[in-house]
Design a protein around this ligand. Structure first.
Ligand SMILES: Cc1ncc(COP(=O)(O)O)c(C=O)c1O
Length: 422
């Protein structure tokens, strides 16, 4: 971030850091469009106004749930009203096409799910594995990636090989390479960990895995909507994500990418309407003509057009602002926060990587000599929505920032941290 001034300097110079009192205003009405001619913080203020997010609590937990901009809520409402007043529930094929294009894949490679965990279960159960096959996984998994693989290990005897991640991209690539044996069949790691927000070099890992005939099944919960994501370019085989975090779409919407070249190797254990090429119960024996030649085989039955319209409205919002611009903004806020916390090293330990490429949208820290839950409670009382990280024995605090956060909010957060920890 070019213009970050030292937070500590700002305080000592007595420069204006607005007090939290100013956050007590009610929800604003949102303007209809963003003025793209604006520059710098003025532009991002305009973006912020698109969100009905209340001002009485600074939201720093996008890693759990991303609040939607007004356009998404409008799209949901309009379509719910339309479908319920006409009785026509509609088809989601145009939405499927747009959602696939958003992450750089073919419409035939996307399966629409309800969340990341559903996509992970589909890929975990679908891959052709037998007892004794090894799966490389981290010790920093969210329960959504841990349990499906643990369940398959329990039921099918596959062997999980968990590792403690290192802090740089190069180290992590080398570490993963060193864990591979003749029995390794899958690398099932997150794009970004939920614990410290560590970014794995998925492109390099996927290229390596492909050269060894190993599947890459990526938990992309924090990948869609943060990176200017192009899954073909990333090169993994499978990628599960949701629209309700960084894409800022509705809760209950997600997707699974299945690379065209491996579609036939991924078994579809749950199927229904639209998964098939035809069936006939009157034949003897009854006939099932097989699966549709697309990843659509993994999702089935009635889909919610309003929810898909909401997801598409969220992706349109990103496209309108610009994907690259959003990634740059997210990285900038992350660095700004990281630098601010770095100035408090006597009070806390930053657990997130010092390497900027190994971070994107989250910073995790541990208070020194204090109980993290007590500190998290005090910070929360100061008016900040944050997340505790009990996972992976970290006992830490995670801060996530997205495009709607203002630098001023980060300054205020840092100021409160100083007050609580000082
Ligand atoms: C890394 C990671 N994987 C998976 C999940 C589960 O996502 P979902 O709730 O969409 O299933 C989360 C949720 O926070 C996560 O952080």
């Amino acid at each position: 971030m070019k213009s970050r001034r030292s937070f500590i300097q700002k305080i000592s110079a007595g420069l204006a850091i607005p007090s939290l009192v100013s956050f007590n205003s009610p929800t604003r009405t949102t303007p209809k469009s963003i003025s793209h001619s604006l520059q710098g913080e003025g532009y991002w203020d305009e973006v912020r106004k698109q969100f009905p997010l209340k001002e009485n609590r600074v939201y720093l937990n996008n890693g759990t749930f991303g609040p939607s901009p007004q356009v998404v809520l409008d799209a949901l409402q309009t379509c719910f009203v339309e479908t319920n007043s006409s009785g026509e529930y509609g088809h989601i094929e145009p939405e499927r096409e747009k959602l696939a294009a958003f992450v750089g894949i073919k419409t035939s490679e996307i399966s629409l799910t309800h969340n990341t965990t559903e996509g992970i279960n589909i890929m975990c159960w679908g891959l052709p594995l037998k007892s004794g096959d090894e799966v490389i996984i981290t010790l920093h998994e969210h329960v959504g990636n841990a349990l499906p693989w643990l369940n398959r290990a329990k039921l099918h005897g596959i062997v999980l090989k968990p590792f403690e991640p290192k802090t740089t991209q190069e180290e992590n690539l080398e570490l993963i390479k060193s864990l591979v044996t003749a029995k390794t069949k899958v690398i099932a790691i997150p794009h970004v960990t939920c614990t410290t927000g560590l970014v794995f070099p998925i492109k390099e890992i996927s290229a390596f895995a492909r050269s060894k005939g190993i599947f890459t099944a990526i938990d992309g919960a924090h990948g869609a909507g943060t990176f200017d994501l192009d899954l073909h370019d990333l090169g993994c085989d499978l990628y599960a994500s949701s629209y309700h975090k960084w894409v800022l779409g509705p809760n209950g919407t997600g997707f699974l990418y299945v690379r065209e070249g491996i579609l036939e190797q991924v078994q579809a254990y749950q199927i229904g309407a639209y998964s098939d090429l035809g069936w006939n119960m009157y034949q003897n024996p009854p006939e099932f003509k097989g699966y549709v030649p697309t990843a659509h085989r993994f999702d089935y039955g009635s889909q919610s057009l309003p929810m898909m319209k909401g997801a598409v409205a969220a992706t349109d919002f990103h496209t309108e602002i610009g994907r690259e611009k959003i990634e740059t903004r997210i990285r900038g806020l992350n660095q700004y926060l990281y630098d601010g916390l770095s100035e408090m090293k006597s009070m806390l330990v930053i657990l997130s990587s010092p390497e900027s490429e190994s971070r994107i949208s989250m910073v995790t820290f541990k208070p020194k000599g204090r109980d993290y839950q007590e500190v998290a409670g005090l910070i929360s009382k100061e008016g900040f929505r944050i997340r505790q990280v009990p996972e992976s024995k970290l006992d830490a605090i995670r801060i996530s920032t997205h495009l709607y956060n203002r630098k001023e909010e980060i300054d205020n957060f840092l100021k409160s941290c100083q007050k609580v920890l000082g």
